[in-house]
Every structure is written in C-alpha cells, then in structure tokens.
Design a protein around this ligand. Structure first.
Ligand SMILES: [Mg+2]
Length: 223
C-alpha cells in the first residue's frame, strides 16, 4: 500500500511560466518610471528568454536586462531584490492543485516536496501558493546541499517521512531531475507532461492535469 506522495514544485504544482509572466508584467507597471523607455512587451519577452524556464538565476537575468536596455534609473540589484521579495505574490497554481492535495490528505497520504532552488525563495513560493500546511516534509536543494537528480535528496525525504521508497510515489515534470532521479531512488514515478520535453521514458505513469493523480495511485495500489 502506498503511503506517501512527494512532488516537485516548479512546473508541477506551481505554474511557473504563468507566474513569471504575471510577475514581470506587474514589475514593469510598478517600476514604470524607471523603465518607460522600454516597451512593456519587450521587457517581458526578454526576461522570459533570459530566464530560460528558471534555469538562469535572476542576478544574471537582471544584469543582462540593465545592459541590453540601458537601464540607468534603477540598478540590477534593486530589480533582483524586488523579484526576491514580490514573486511570492504572483504564484499561480496549476488547475486542481488544492482539490488534489485535499483528496490525498483525506486518503491519509503523507506529502512532501523536493525542489531544486534557493531556500528562502522556494519557501516563499510555497507559502505564496498557500499550500505549506499540506506537507509533512519540504526539502530545498540549497538548504540540503544536495540536488535532484542525486539519489541522496530523495532518500532524505523518504527518511523524514518515515516511509520506504517502494511505498512512495514522486510526481514531477523534469525527465532527468525528477523522473530519472526518483527512479534511481527506487520510487514509483508520475511524469506531469511539460511541453519543454517530448517524453519521460522511465515514468510509470503520465498525467496532463493534477486531478488525475488519485486514480493513478489507486492503479498503483492494485498492481
Ligand atoms: Mg519542475
């Protein structure tokens, strides 16, 4: 019988692309007195390109923006600080997030998150989604000093939940960091389809939406 479900955050629970787009749009409006020589669409588009789906940290992104757009009235450090403090207010969940978490909780599952990223920033994003209290263990790579797909971070999450790998499922959108990583830790895996990748060959199941998870867990339990 499965006992726990552990999730990736960005691109799995948090619709990061939608969140970033909303944040950058609001940032432009809020700081428009410093940015008005740039068109809003250019500012948003270039940010999203430089961000590379979150794979480039925002110090690099803002340094590039300041140089490319000749921004002189505000420093990249202040733009970065604005991002670090305010992204949390623009966290967009994927559809069915709360319904799915409620259903799994009602069924008695222990829930966890393993996310690669900066400690305080990722913690704020989890709070921004309003889901902190659903989780029995939250592991952030900067805090843990180990990252997905390294098996150690999965093993550490299982230890904190007090469950065995074969009683646990990992849900994520990255074929390598999430699916291959969790497989390496001997967990069952669910790949949340993401247009950045064609497939995740090793996944035990594939979903498009979060509300498909409870029925897949039932299938796993009946195997
Ligand atoms: Mg992800």
């Amino acid at each position: 019988m499965l006992k726990s479900v552990i999730f990736d955050l960005d691109g799995t629970l948090l619709d990061r692309d939608a969140s970033i787009e909303q944040f950058v749009s609001v940032q432009y409006d809020r700081l428009t007195e410093h940015l008005s020589h740039i068109s809003k669409i250019d500012y948003i588009t270039r940010f999203i390109e430089l961000d590379c789906h979150g794979h480039v940290w925002k110090d690099k992104v803002y340094q590039a923006l300041v140089t490319e757009f000749s921004i002189e009235a505000i420093s990249w450090q202040l733009l970065l600080e604005d991002y670090e403090m305010r992204f949390q207010f623009h966290c967009v969940p994927f559809q069915f997030l709360i319904e799915m978490l409620n259903e799994l909780k009602q069924q008695g599952y222990l829930l966890g998150i393993i996310t690669n990223g900066r400690g305080q920033f990722q913690a704020r994003a989890i709070n921004g989604l309003g889901i902190r209290d659903y989780f029995d263990a939250i592991l952030i790579s900067e805090v843990e000093q180990v990252r997905k797909p390294q098996v150690e971070i999965f093993q550490r999450a299982l230890d904190r939940l007090g469950v065995a790998a074969f009683d646990s499922v990992f849900v994520g959108d990255h074929p390598e960091a999430d699916i291959a990583g969790a497989k390496g830790a001997m967990m069952k895996t669910i790949w949340k389809r993401n247009s950045s990748w064609i497939e995740a060959k090793e996944a035990d199941a594939i979903i498009n939406e979060l509300n498909e998870i409870p029925s897949i867990l039932k299938q796993f339990n009946s195997c």
